[in-house]
Design a binder for this molecule. Structure first.
Ligand code: ADP
Ligand code: MG
Length: 446
């Protein structure tokens, strides 16, 4: 019988492909063939169900090929082997016993109390709050996306802390896309794939930060696809963050995309001036709780908020720079002059793009000449590009509408019409949304 099994395995390796074979079949054993029924031993119910459902036919077929007539495949779950579990490098810890080094270290500072809410992140904040306080099983996933430094990781950890405060025994896995890949690859290499799977699926909540870091690695994406699918179909909590919209995650299968799309999906936008200023104040308040008594002269925080936009981390960097400079010069108050001197280089790098830069980027993106944007052409693609240019200029620069109008050689009504047009189209028109994301990213980088 075992000899037949060896032959069946060889055939399955061929018919299912090495990848699937290593992932699923390699570790299973044959227990018996009873009448027309094959019984295999598997490490868990999940694996058993998955194998019989997806590869049952191939298994039956392969038995036929070696001259055995079987009609069905059943499984038995073997007792878990606890000694081998110890070697797994994935953190499925509870709050009390969290000493393992694997996974991502939750950051104590990233809580809801310390998160400042504004237009740019309001919806993401509400969704996060809701999912953190949700008891029902119907809305069990949240995907937060947006450019770097806009608060995705902060919110992910805030949800984590809130969940943990409600249930200190919550079994969870908090990791980055990169860590997921690393563990998966290591598990594959050491023949511990099934354990990896059992382990990661035994938790009640999974938090994956920067999911795009798995992007492009085929085996790992498939594995994540499967993991999330299992989680969501079991009503477990999935919180993920990433740079891209769900549609842009080309490597992920349609199943997982549509599942994530059914949960909460929220985007974080770059904060406006008001929100930037409030975040700066919050960051100072956070520090003040640690015996920090440096004074900031009039206009200093406003200067920072005014000149550093986009990535909030850059603003924190500027604040840190001011504090270090004050310490170095041994002064108790940071004046506006000092601030200007200390962070000019940061300001230079993060200055918002000019209207001219935006026009150039938009023209290049659409394969047009710069003059098309200011000229009279009414061809639809030119009109659309012009509207995008106007829209981004109003969003990314502090220029007034008449100023933008004169750059594009258009009157105020046209400017307002263009902005409204893009605003109303962008949520419905995926292609448009995509180009806005691309252009913004390009313009805000550096
Ligand atoms: P992302 O994950 O989107 O790249 P992070 O969550 O790491 O961004 O945020 C970068 C930094 O900015 C963190 O220190 C975070 O605390 C801070 N930050 C972002 N948004 C806010 C906010 N709304 N209130 C307070 N701090 C924020
Ligand atoms: Mg992050």
């Amino acid at each position: 019988m075992q000899k037949d099994w060896e032959q069946v395995r060889a055939k399955l390796k061929y018919s299912l492909g090495l990848n699937v074979f290593n992932n699923w079949i390699e570790d299973i054993n044959l227990i018996s063939i009873d009448g027309g029924r094959v019984i295999i031993s598997v490490p868990s119910r999940f694996t058993g169900e998955y194998i019989t459902e997806n590869f049952g036919k191939e298994i039956i077929e392969s038995f036929k090929n070696v001259g055995r007539v079987v009609t069905s495949v059943k499984y038995q779950v073997r007792p878990s082997d606890s000694s081998s579990r110890k070697s797994m490098e994935i953190n499925t810890k509870t709050a009390q016993g969290s000493t393992k080094k694997s996974g991502m270290k939750p950051d104590k500072r990233y809580t809801f109390e310390r998160f400042v809410v504004g237009d740019a992140n309001g919806k993401a904040h509400i969704a996060s709050w809701q999912i953190a306080n949700e008891h029902e099983e119907n809305s069990n996933s949240l995907y937060l996306h947006g450019n770097v430094g806009l608060g995705k990781t902060h919110l992910l950890h805030a949800i984590f802390w809130m969940k943990l405060s409600k249930n200190t025994k919550l079994k969870h896995s908090l990791l980055t896309g990169q860590q997921f890949s690393d563990y998966f690859v290591a598990a594959t290499k050491h023949g511990k794939l099934l354990e990896f799977r059992e382990r990661i699926r035994s938790v009640d909540a999974i938090f994956i930060d920067d999911i795009q870091l798995i992007h492009g690695k085929k085996g790992t994406t498939q594995e994540l696809d499967l993991t999330l699918d299992t989680f969501l179909s079991e009503g477990k909590l999935v919180v993920a963050t990433g740079l891209n919209t769900i549609d842009e995650m080309d490597e992920f299968g349609p199943r997982i995309k549509s599942r994530l799309q059914h949960g909460f999906v929220e985007k974080l936008e770059p904060p406006d001036y008001d929100l930037r200023l409030r975040i700066l104040k919050q960051k100072l308040k956070d520090r003040r709780s640690n015996n920090f008594d440096l004074r900031f002269g009039e206009g200093v925080l406003e200067f920072v908020a005014d000149n550093i936009s986009g990535d909030i981390r850059k603003m924190e960097g500027a604040l840190q720079r001011l504090i270090v400079t004050a310490g170095y010069l041994n002064c108790k108050t940071i004046t506006l002059d000092l601030a200007e001197e200390a962070i000019t280089d940061l300001v230079k790098f993060t200055k918002p793009p000019t209207v001219e830069e935006i026009m150039k980027a938009v023209a290049d993106y659409h394969g047009l000449n710069l003059s098309d944007l200011t000229g009279p052409k009414r061809v639809s693609n030119v009109v659309r590009a012009r509207q995008i240019g106007i829209y981004l200029s109003s969003e990314l620069t502090s220029k007034s509408l008449p100023d933008i109008g004169s750059c594009f050689d258009r009157d105020r009504t046209t400017i307002i019409h263009s902005i409204n047009k893009i605003e109303s189209l962008k949520s419905r028109d995926k292609e448009l949304e995509y180009s806005l994301v691309k252009l913004r990213r390009e313009l805000l980088q550096g």
